[in-house]
Design a protein around this ligand. Structure first.
Ligand SMILES: [Zn+2]
Length: 178
């Protein structure tokens, strides 16, 4: 039997990896502000190929641009205050998570958020939105992550990711180690 169809939600940094959409079987969704961010980058010339791919994918309906309903944006604002990520997230960041949440609540397809932003990851984790990072070759290995409790602020062991804090029961999170 065929697997349940999937929808991937892409953040700006995923488009900027230059990923080839044609090799992906899932439908891809993003928001207008994410596309603006890709277009707004200082090195437009460098991103021309990426913008071409985006335009072709919109024409072939592989890529869909959708603004989330306001109630989902409001929900993301609330949740990100709770997780401590409100300030770290731009309006575009909050919108892209809101879109993933809206799709999850209104589609029977499997939703997965793709981003390399750890505050987006934190909020997705809080809402149980499936999440994956996607790095250009080798970039991930340069980041050292630390696992911490958002409430107690205590640092935990790397293998504790996906567990809860033994002191307060909060879901543990990760962030790049400084
Ligand atoms: Zn704790």
């Amino acid at each position: 039997m065929k697997e349940k169809a999937s929808i991937y939600v892409f953040d700006t940094n995923i488009f900027l990896t230059g990923i080839d959409f044609n090799i992906i079987e899932a439908e891809i969704y993003t928001t207008p502000s994410i596309i603006e961010e890709v277009q707004d980058r200082r090195y437009v010339e460098k991103n021309r190929n990426i913008l071409n791919k985006i335009n072709v994918s919109i024409e072939t309906k592989k890529l869909k641009i959708k603004l989330p309903e306001y109630k989902y944006i409001k929900k993301i604002r609330e949740i990100s205050r709770k997780t401590g990520d409100f300030k770290a997230l731009s309006d575009a960041d909050k919108e892209i998570i809101a879109l993933a949440l809206e799709l999850m609540e209104n589609s029977i397809k499997n939703i997965r958020m793709y981003s390399n932003d750890y505050s987006i990851e934190n909020v997705c984790s809080e809402l149980n939105i499936p999440f994956s990072p996607l790095y250009k070759d080798g970039i991930e290995s340069k980041i050292t992550w630390e696992i911490y409790c958002p409430q107690c602020k205590e640092i935990h062991q790397a293998e504790d990711l996906n567990r809860v804090c033994e002191n307060c029961g909060s879901k543990l999170r990760r962030r790049p180690k400084k």
